[in-house]
Ligand binder design. Structure first.
Ligand code: URA
Length: 245
């Protein structure tokens, strides 16, 4: 069977038909898609370009230090810088850390993160094949949306991350990330469904996984966005392999 057929692409979306009646927890677990996924590590050897990108990010972490650039530092436990494979060429950007992320210092480790893992698995991705970060690196109290000035004071970190990783594709999760990246005031319902560009980099905005946990009807548009992402990854030959960066 061809790879495309295994993944359900070009087959009139039978996967959606078969999984659309599942609960939210099962929706993105499609074992036949992930059975043949290549090696776990996106950083085989950790040398060469991958090691260089990791080293430059580590310097950035040092530069961020004990940042007190905005009021979010007052209540934070840990700065949540990012996680995954920074040399993969694929960057996911969320809104900001929640309580679990603030405790562990890693993005998307709570319920929304578990759903994000399933969404990634549905298109043959996992955290070793993408890098995940947020538009603000410290938890907004009570998980409120970060204010414009908080996003602005944290922005330089994301810009540096993007410069270092030089992603070939960016996926934004939720309205605040999509708007911030695209400099738009449009709602996520309007932003999603199209490939945008930021400094020449394709940007695919989609709903935040937390929104899917609240509103099941958003599963289908996210699924459409993920299929679009998968097609683009195949066209662009992503995730990058060591030596291709
Ligand atoms: N929601 C986000 O936007 N980011 C996280 O890291 C966790 C939840």
């Amino acid at each position: 069977m061809k790879d495309d057929e295994k993944r359900g692409r070009g087959r009139h979306d039978p996967l959606w038909n078969s999984v659309s009646s599942f609960g939210i927890d099962e929706l993105f677990v499609l074992p036949e898609w992930i059975a043949d996924s290549p090696g776990e590590s996106g950083d085989e050897g950790g040398e060469g370009k991958t090691g260089e990108v990791a080293a430059r990010l580590a310097s950035l972490v040092k530069k961020v230090g004990d940042c007190k650039g905005c009021r979010l530092h007052e209540k934070r436990n840990k700065i949540v810088f990012g996680d995954g494979n920074p040399a993969s060429g694929i960057l996911f950007i969320g809104e900001g850390p929640g309580a679990n992320e603030d405790k562990q210092g890693k993005p998307f480790v709570g319920r929304a993160g578990q759903l994000l893992d399933k969404i990634l698995a549905s298109i043959d991705l996992d955290r070793s094949k993408v890098y995940i970060t947020n538009i603000v690196k410290c938890r907004p109290p009570n998980n409120r949306t970060p204010s414009n000035d908080e996003v602005a004071s944290c922005w330089w970190i994301l810009e540096e991350q993007i410069k270092i990783m030089a992603p070939d594709i960016i996926v934004t999760l939720g309205a605040p990330a999509g708007r911030a990246l695209l400099g738009s005031t449009d709602g996520i319902g309007k932003l999603r469904g199209t490939v945008h560009r930021r400094d020449g980099i394709p940007v695919i905005p989609t709903y935040h996984p937390a929104a899917l946990l609240r509103t099941g009807a958003l599963k289908r548009p996210v699924w459409e966005d993920m299929k679009m992402l998968r097609r683009m990854l195949d066209e662009l030959g992503l995730p990058r392999r060591e030596g291709e960066q």
